[in-house]
Design a protein around this ligand. Structure first.
Ligand SMILES: [Zn+2]
Length: 256
């Protein structure tokens, strides 16, 4: 396994500053947030077609907010784990440039990553569906009543996450595509990357001549398609190995 870490580190350090990462639910499981799609996840108990569709939210916000309250409580209690921290450290060391995440938990920012593109929005903010007023950084305990109402126009608010049937935020999509195309290496962590448009990102890097390194617990469709290297294992363990190998290479560079 050591050689696999060294190989990934060599690829990343050679492309330092032009490395992006695409993360998915798998990276936050160790933070206590089960993958929504897993047997422990939210969608095992709440039918996403009934609870995660924007039309359902508009039709029956009280019902959908009962699920959201549970989701937000789990996310609020979660702390970033070592995998998030390793990525933040790799950014500080000038190796990693951009984090593109499908997660809505804000844990990359909590770990100290600065350049984070959130494909599916975030649970940290509330937004008014009528006037667009935002409540950044709200806490569940601050909501006196559910569903919460806009302070400006009294319409119902929803977390700033992308529901099924809603568009991916255009700015996120453009920035992510640019980052993917201009990166020489893309790490893919904790996702099988089969939900579009996030799924396009590794392929964009590949088509631009870059390399794709996959870190997942099990093989995914990426393993036999776009991935140049796949390392199986928990994200925190694999990233620990890669970061330590990167450090050796970076120290070597400074000595020269
Ligand atoms: Zn409003």
């Amino acid at each position: 396994m050591k050689r696999a870490y060294e190989l990934a580190a060599e690829t990343m350090v050679a492309a330092a500053g032009k490395v992006a990462v695409l993360t998915g639910a798998g990276i936050s499981v160790a933070s206590g947030i089960p993958d929504f799609r897993s047997s422990q996840g939210l969608w095992a108990r709440y039918d996403p077609m009934e609870y995660a569709e924007i039309s359902s939210f508009k039709r029956n916000p009280e019902k959908v907010w009962a699920m959201l309250e549970e989701m937000l409580a789990v996310v609020e209690q979660a702390h970033c784990n070592r995998a998030h921290e390793y990525l933040a450290e790799l950014e500080k060391k000038g190796v990693l440039r951009t984090v593109i995440t499908q997660n809505i938990d804000g844990l990359h920012q909590a770990a100290g990553s600065c350049d984070v593109i959130e494909f599916h929005g975030t649970t940290r903010n509330l937004v008014c569906l009528r006037c667009g007023w935002r409540w950044p950084g709200f806490r569940l305990s601050e909501l006196q009543k559910l569903p919460p109402k806009c302070h400006k126009c009294d319409a119902i608010m929803k977390p700033e996450v992308v529901f099924f049937g809603e568009q991916i935020p255009q700015t996120a999509l453009i920035k992510a595509s640019e980052a993917a195309e201009s990166s020489k290496v893309m790490l893919v962590i904790g996702t099988s990357a089969n939900v579009y448009p996030a799924a396009d990102m590794p392929a964009l890097t590949k088509r631009s001549g870059g390399r794709v390194i996959e870190i997942n617990l099990e093989p995914t469709p990426l393993s036999t398609s776009v991935a140049d290297q796949t390392i199986f294992g928990p994200a925190a363990v694999v990233l620990a190995g890669i970061e330590s190998a990167c450090d050796k290479l970076l120290t070597g560079r400074r000595l020269i």
